[in-house]
Design a protein around this ligand. Structure first.
Ligand code: ARG
Length: 454
């Protein structure tokens, strides 16, 4: 492609080192879509005849079909997907093909391809997240009255319906979809026409190209447009955070499935065995999801590190953006698909969950609230209940096993209704603040999510 200036062939090791077609070939559909729109602008500017434009378009469509069918030979000596397609086009249609790269550089071309690709993937990922949210909402509905201990510091804290726990992840995933939609807004700007750095002396109608490619905006500074990879970093961040959310869910499931907790069972189809220990059933799906999150964070940091020292404008370093973002997209999509299949296969052991949640110590805060409602300042109530809990530990009895006289030794504000406070169902039903998990609230949230998720 640059034979005019060069007298020597590229060294074979340099070819291997600089080529990107082995991974950027997957941009081919977007590259072709962009080239077809570019050709339309060239024709509009009088630089292509309608026949030439037609030849380019049908030539590119034929190449697309060849690639679709696995019949196209990508040549590493042509470096990247852009030059492979352009070269194949010229070989196929002759002189018209040689006009396609007029008023265009690979610098604005690759920026365009990436934006088209990421815009598409952002939509795909949002769709997959919604699928997982639906699975979580369905499971939450199945266990809408099952109560488990909720944990802080991984110590039993307060009882919550399982559905509330599942819906917490639905909320996180909702913010993830919002982040992808927000990133897509900034992705959705046409960089083509920026050329290598300073646009072109051949003026093409960028607004027209934007319309053809369904971009609501065009970029406003050619230097920025060819050197900007913010939009890739934003995608990597959104992917990393989605990964972190899935990783936390994984950790919950791993813990809850362990013999120590034994609150859930995951079906055989979503578990793996041990090659040595016949009794083992391992949560490898969860562990790999947690493990792959390391890669997602690495990919984000990798791109930011690549960008941080780059002078304006395009530098070849930027080719390193692709493998990072391809990998994060592939891994997150796979994890979302596997999780969407696995969530319905999770069974909660409702009896064990209930038994664990029945521990009256989980209602110590409710007892403090009771004293507050009898007029004791909260700090004093907290201390009274703290002493009571210490007393139960010493006695090796639970709060529910104490007599009312024992309660009254700690505060004369305890009345005959004290034991009602220690009733689990009643305790849950009193949590009526917006966002708190009374069964009524949770049922309403389930309905809200069903209508949001359609
Ligand atoms: N393969 C290159 C990349 O991914 C395309 C742009 C190349 N531009 C250049 N001036 N060498 O970044």
């Amino acid at each position: 492609m640059w034979k005019g200036r060069f007298q020597q062939e590229t060294a074979p090791a340099v070819q291997r080192f600089t080529e990107s077609v082995s991974f950027d070939w997957r941009l081919y559909k977007f590259d072709i879509e962009g080239s077809i729109a570019h050709a339309a602008a060239l024709q509009k500017a009088g630089l292509l005849t309608p026949e030439e434009h037609q030849q380019i378009e049908s030539g590119l469509r034929a190449i697309e079909r060849e690639i679709d069918e696995g019949k196209f030979l990508f040549r590493p000596e042509l470096e990247d997907v852009h030059m492979n397609i352009e070269s194949a086009l010229t070989a196929r249609i002759g002189p018209a093909g040689a006009k396609l790269h007029t008023a265009r550089s690979r610098n604005d071309q690759v920026a365009l391809d990436l934006r088209l690709y990421l815009r598409h993937e952002a939509d795909e990922i949002r769709r997959l997240i919604v699928g997982l949210q639906r699975a979580l909402v369905d499971s939450a509905g199945k266990y809408r009255t099952t109560v488990i201990p909720g944990y802080t510091h991984l110590q039993r804290a307060q009882p919550v319906p399982v559905a509330h726990h599942f819906l917490a992840y639905v909320e996180m995933l909702q913010r993830d979809t919002e982040r992808f939609a927000d990133a897509a807004r900034r992705i959705n700007r046409l960089p083509l026409g920026s050329g290598a750095i300073a646009g072109s002396t051949i003026a093409l109608d960028r607004e027209y190209v934007a319309k053809l490619l369904d971009f609501p905006e065009v970029t406003r500074n050619s230097m920025d447009a060819v050197s900007d990879r913010d939009f890739v970093a934003e995608m990597l961040f959104a992917l990393a955070l989605t990964g972190v959310h899935l990783s936390r869910l994984s950790e919950d499931l791993i813990l809850f499935a362990s013999s120590e907790f034994k609150l859930i069972r995951v079906s055989d189809a979503y578990s793996t065995g041990s090659s040595l220990m016949p009794q083992k059933k391992n949560p490898d799906v969860c562990e790999l999801t947690r493990g792959k999150t390391g890669r997602l964070l690495g990919n984000l940091v990798s791109l930011l590190t690549t960008l941080k020292g780059l002078p304006m404008t395009y530098n070849r370093d930027m080719q390193e953006d692709k493998e990072a973002v391809f990998d994060s997209i592939d891994q997150v999509k796979m994890a979302l698909e596997v999780y969407t299949g696995m969530i319905p296969e999770i069974e909660v052991d409702a009896a064990r969950a209930r038994a664990a949640a029945e521990d009256p110590a989980l209602l110590a805060t409710d007892l403090a609230d009771y004293l507050v409602l009898q007029g004791l300042p909260f700090r004093q109530a907290h201390e009274v209940i703290g002493k009571l809990v210490a007393y139960t530990l010493e006695q090796q009895r639970t709060l529910r096993e104490l007599t009312i006289d024992e309660f009254r030794k700690f505060s004369d504000r305890f009345g005959p209704d004290t034991f009602e406070v220690l009733d689990l169902d009643r305790a849950i039903s009193r949590r009526t603040t917006i966002g708190a998990p009374s069964l009524e609230n949770v049922a309403a949230e389930l309905e809200r999510w069903k209508s949001i998720l359609g």
